[in-house]
Design a protein around this ligand. Structure first.
Ligand SMILES: [Cu+2]
Length: 358
């Protein structure tokens, strides 16, 4: 099993990656709460024209030239590729045993800042005036409506629908593999029908032009219901919460994808099921914005404790590599910037961030 191979590889490697920051000497007092927060809304509560504005900005990102430093010799072409590449570079350490941003204590913090970085690029580089929308998949999962009719997949004011049916379903580096995909090939309608993705699948960072692939997977729907989310939201401490969202350290990844972080990726099949390059799927950012909203709601149930509660391992499956600290550094590389301390992203209306949820 590939999972066992990876664990074996990880076990043989010295701890390395995420950077515990140097101790700051002065405890900085809380800066004022930000004045004009971006207001993030659920996809369906945007007007049709607002949805099209968002989609146009994403298409713009797939056409804007990359800002990656030339000396990295990556296969990136567009700004959208830049974000995909940063997610790949930040994730493939899970396979190589050097770390990564999943199955670690800073998973929620890293993806919070990554989503903010993407939203910032949409606004600053592609003229988008709104905030990052989120997709509350509970509404669809609870509804009983067939996936083909879900608004998120609408071909004219959504992200387009299923990929073409292909016999070989596992065309990406999909891991762990989950049966039940209904397509698997190139998306053939909607705004990303002709989009060229230049990096991925898996750890591929060389120039590899390919289409966006999807294979809608109804088998994941029961894992995305309100009842499933309620289990996580009731957790009493950060480590239990984090484990309920992305999986505990001793969990088999095949079970982990039944938790809502994983299933929210696996539901689209195709590129989205790729542990390393799931960011090829543009809905990635709406899924992570929703995870962030749930995390924020969980924090707000006990803000005194939870606005500064962090922990967990720095390197996946290395119990001795933690605990993650508020002074650890998050690195967005050429997607945004490096050197943001975790404590700067614990509050979405303070520090590095300025947004809210509606
Ligand atoms: Cu990720």
């Amino acid at each position: 099993m590939r999972f066992l191979t990876i664990v074996a590889v990880l076990a043989g490697l010295a701890t390395a990656v995420p950077t515990p920051a140097a101790e700051t000497t002065t405890a900085k007092s809380c800066s004022a709460v930000c004045k004009n927060p971006r207001v993030r809304k659920e996809w369906r509560s945007l007007s049709i024209s607002e949805r099209k504005q968002y989609l146009n900005a994403v298409v713009c990102m797939t056409k804007k030239p990359s800002k990656a430093p030339a000396n990295l010799t990556l296969g990136v072409v567009s700004r959208f590729d830049d974000f995909n590449a940063v997610h790949i570079m930040s994730s493939d350490g899970l396979v190589q045993g050097t770390g990564g941003v999943h199955m670690v204590g800073f998973f929620l913090a890293w993806h919070r800042l990554f989503t903010w970085s993407y939203e910032t690029a949409l606004r600053d580089e592609c003229g988008y005036t709104g905030a990052q929308p989120y997709w509350d998949w509970r509404i669809d999962a609870d509804s009983g409506v067939p996936m083909a009719e879900w608004e998120i997949y609408n071909p004219s004011h959504g992200f387009g629908g299923n990929g073409d049916f292909v016999l070989e379903q596992n065309v990406t580096a999909s891991w762990p593999y989950l049966a039940g995909q209904t397509g698997g090939g190139c998306v053939n309608d909607g705004p990303f029908k002709d989009t060229v993705m230049n990096v991925g699948p898996g750890s591929t960072l060389t120039h590899n032009p390919h289409c966006l692939r999807r294979g809608l997977n109804p088998d994941t729907i029961p894992w995305l219901t309100s009842a499933r989310v309620a289990i996580a939201q009731a957790k009493a401490d950060f480590l239990s919460y984090d484990a309920a969202v992305q999986g505990a350290q001793d969990m088999n990844p095949a079970d982990g994808i039944q938790l809502f972080h994983g299933s929210g990726h696996y539901i689209h099949g195709g590129d989205s099921t790729d542990f390393i390059s799931s960011s090829t799927e543009p809905i990635f950012y709406l899924h992570h914005a929703f995870l962030d909203k749930l995390y924020w709601e969980w924090q707000m149930m006990n803000p005194t404790v939870r606005l500064s509660e962090i922990g967990g391992v720095r390197i996946p499956f290395h119990p001795d590599s933690g605990p993650v600290a508020l002074t650890d550094i998050l690195d967005m590389k050429f997607a945004y910037k490096s050197g943001v301390e975790i404590k700067k992203v614990m509050n979405i209306r303070n520090g590095e961030l300025c947004y809210t949820y509606q």
